[in-house]
Design a protein around this ligand. Structure first.
Ligand SMILES: Cc1ncc(COP(=O)(O)O)c(C=O)c1O
Length: 362
């Protein structure tokens, strides 16, 4: 089976891990700081703060922007549940705006939901496809809201050639399936020194510079030196990783017929990094989910793995049962008719051809 994702490690990672093991320094130290510096440079941000996961990065970023009980945070329902969970864990109420045909937050739906309690907007760059940051930044600016990007799937993505890290605060995940992975891990990037300082302190039990003295209740969301060493090695290959994914995506663009399979819209100037390559079934209204699931079975029979990210929008999750009356028709439709096919950078040319042929025949 050609898997839909596969972590790839080379001799650089092996050497880096051995070096950490022999150094005797495991917990957050110089390598984590080096990873933060290098990551900030690559993502165009002034500051980067490493954490234990994308979820903890988002949680800390929200706290650092002052999000808390009584606040509302507008986000996408078409995301991994962690996006909404981090908002809820910060004490705020997630408010779900619908997506558009890019599968990212629709700025007009966001605008309709901004109210007196709204404190922040959390757009998600789903599958590595950058959302409309110009429109969302303008909305945030005009209403005095924080913009905290969930860029967990979008390391290396750009808008008009500008890295996401240049647009305020963003959070990244280095989970095992991500384009850049440390097994588990996350990063907050920001241009705001106070946000960076708050995240750095809160991840380390609200350390305030004086050993074992803490002026508020913090957390242990630190990254280890092992993760940072792997991250640094992967970061050196990020451009090549992104380039390979883009090449595979443009092959699929060409080989998989557009009249049968709709692609999520890419905005002009969006530098997509293809964490996933996603197809939507054209004209499968009514029974889209069954047709999509049948297609996945046929692909599996041809030895091609696939995934659905995500089959249940967050406002339809049992954990968010109080949102049962909320309607986000575009997100609900996409959950029924989309699927993602292998696009990871470890695919061989033969595997890429097999995937494209399997989709065409299925
Ligand atoms: C869109 C999105 N948000 C948040 C997360 C949470 O990241 P993590 O699993 O590293 O906590 C992920 C990744 O899993 C994600 O894909």
């Amino acid at each position: 089976m050609i898997p839909v994702s596969r972590p790839v490690f080379g001799p650089e990672e092996e050497a880096a891990v051995l070096e950490v093991m022999r150094s005797g320094q495991f917990a957050q130290a110089e390598r984590v700081r080096a990873f933060e510096r290098a990551f900030a440079e690559v993502t165009g941000a002034r500051f980067a703060v490493a954490t234990s996961s994308g979820t903890t990065a988002l949680f800390l970023a929200l706290l650092a922007h002052g999000v808390g009980p009584g606040d509302e945070v507008i986000t996408s329902p078409l995301t991994f549940i962690a996006t909404a969970n981090a908002i809820a864990q910060a004490g705020a109420r997630p408010v779900f705006a619908d997506v558009d045909d890019s599968l990212n937050l629709c700025p007009a739906s966001v605008a309709e939901l901004i109210g007196p309690r709204t404190r922040a907007i959390v757009p998600v760059h789903l599958h590595g496809n950058p959302c409309d940051l110009h429109a969302l930044s303008a909305l945030a600016r005009d209403h005095g809201l924080a913009l905290v990007q969930d860029a967990c799937q979008a390391v290396g993505a750009t808008v008009d050639g500008v890295a996401l890290g240049c647009f305020g605060t963003a959070v990244y995940s280095f989970y095992a399936t991500k384009n850049l992975t440390t097994g588990e891990g996350g990063m907050v990037t920001t241009g705001d020194p106070e946000v960076a300082a708050a995240c750095a302190s809160l991840r380390h039990q609200a350390y305030a510079g004086q050993p074992y003295v803490h002026d508020r209740i913090g957390f242990n969301f630190r990254m280890t030196e092992l993760q940072a060493a792997i991250g640094l090695a992967q970061l050196g290959r990020l451009e090549a990783i992104t380039e390979r994914r883009r090449r595979i995506a443009s092959y699929y663009d060409e080989m998989i017929p557009g009249d049968r399979f709709i692609r999520p819209r890419r905005l002009a100037g969006a530098g997509h990094v293809y964490h996933q390559y996603t197809l939507r079934l054209a004209g499968a209204d009514g029974d889209a989910r069954r047709a999509r699931d049948r297609l996945r079975e046929l692909l599996a029979e041809a030895g091609v793995g696939s995934g659905v990210y995500y089959p249940v929008p967050v406002h339809r999750q049992p954990a968010y049962a109080e949102y049962a009356k909320v309607r986000c028709p575009e997100a609900e439709r996409a959950a029924d008719d989309m699927l993602s096919i292998p696009v990871h950078h470890a695919l061989t040319d033969d595997e890429v051809e097999t995937v494209a042929q399997a989709v065409r025949s299925a």
